[in-house]
Design a protein around this ligand. Structure first.
Ligand code: GTQ
Ligand code: FE2
Length: 356
């Protein structure tokens, strides 16, 4: 901070009061806070156990119905570092959604983009602009921004899936728009249509698909898993990661969300690493732990945890594990803000996270 002559202290205090009264702030008082040498995220590393989430989602299924009006039976994963805001990190919304047999969640659209990643259940589809996308465990379904979407459970078991949205980011930009569809559900004009058109590595030439999002809306786990097997086999490595991309241009499937699957072989671990931007990790299968800024987070199947910006992370798998990761990375990359680095030494573990 600037130095003040002793004799002027009273004048200076008065001056600061005068600034505040006129809605002004002197940069020299706040520069350390607003321009730190590296990020000091409010987002805390945090973990939600599936053994906690599932019974509460089931209880929500007993207590509340899904009515006309755009409702969703959704439990938001609220980061305790964010002053009660219903966000998982400052940029990402993470949540679990529960849909019982015979239920449907009405059609709507909004400017925040979203993904669904299926954790448990069968017989559900999400209709995206008329294309009914089937959902089975491990599948990823996109609902790009301003696309109509509704969810229907035509099966005989409840389904729980993970919702990832760029909602906080769009919210900070004060650009959230929302609209209800005139009817409860959209008419279905295709079943897995985007997959039949774009899910083969070859793309049609008779259409101008120059959108910011992938025309492929459904990425089945069965194929992702085969590809991960091939990647591990081919490289001989113990850890591998794939990106869910737009088959036309190789960009991230959604412009605002990075979507990845990491497979770690039993007993293997990742190198200590940090990057700008936050990540939500859904443990799709396996068990192990992660060390985030020196704190140990034990996880097993379907647990969900968040990694803040610039936090150092190492994953250690005690069983072969698949980690589905949602990030804000494409936003940082396109704006020239992305940074990442690997660190030389493993972290010292200074504590263990105690889930609530
Ligand atoms: O399923 O459409 O977790 O609109 C948050 C907002 C899910 C949805 C969320 C949504 C949805
Ligand atoms: Fe929605």
């Amino acid at each position: 901070m600037a130095k003040i002559a002793d004799t002027l202290q009273v004048d200076y205090d008065e001056f600061c009061g005068a600034l505040a009264a006129k809605d002004l702030q002197p940069l020299w008082k706040i520069n350390k806070q607003i321009m730190p040498q590296q990020p000091h995220p409010k987002t805390l590393p945090w973990l939600w156990n599936w053994s906690t989430l599932l019974p509460l989602a089931q209880r929500a299924g007993e207590l509340i119905t899904i009515d006309r009006g755009g409702d969703r039976r959704v439990l938001a994963l609220c980061n305790p570092g964010l002053n009660g805001m219903p966000y998982t990190s400052t940029t990402l919304w993470g949540a679990v959604q529960y849909l019982a047999p015979g239920e449907s969640a009405p059609a709507h659209r909004h400017t925040p983009g979203a993904i669904r990643f299926v954790m448990e259940g069968e017989g559900v589809w999400t209709t995206v602009n008329g294309d009914a996308c089937d959902m089975t465990p491990g599948d990823l379904v996109l609902t790009p921004n301003w696309h109509w979407h509704d969810h229907t459970n035509a099966g005989d078991q409840p389904m729980v899936w993970f919702d990832g949205l760029d909602l906080p980011l769009v919210g900070w930009m004060e650009s959230v728009f929302f609209e209800l569809y005139p009817d409860n559900l959209q008419p279905i004009d295709a079943r897995n249509g985007s997959e039949r058109l774009y899910g083969r590595g070859t793309v049609p030439t008779d259409r101008e698909e120059q959108s910011l999002h992938s025309p492929l809306l459904r990425y089945p786990y069965s194929e992702v898993s085969l590809q991960l097997d091939a990647m591990l086999e081919e490289t001989g490595l113990e850890v591998t990661t794939l990106n869910y991309v737009n088959p036309i241009n190789g960009h991230s499937a959604l412009p605002t969300l990075g979507l990845e699957m990491t497979r770690i072989r039993e007993g293997a671990s990742t190198r200590p690493y940090r990057k700008a931007g936050s990540s939500i990790v859904v443990v799709f299968r396996g068990a192990g732990h992660s060390v985030i800024d020196g704190q140990r987070f034990d996880w097993s199947e379907h647990d969900i945890f968040v990694i803040p910006s610039w936090a150092t992370v190492e994953h250690v798998a005690s069983e072969s594990s698949d980690l589905f990761v949602t990030t804000d990375r494409p936003v940082l990359q396109v704006l020239g803000l992305f940074r990442e680095e690997y660190l030389e030494h493993p972290q010292k573990v200074t504590g263990t996270f105690e889930p609530r």
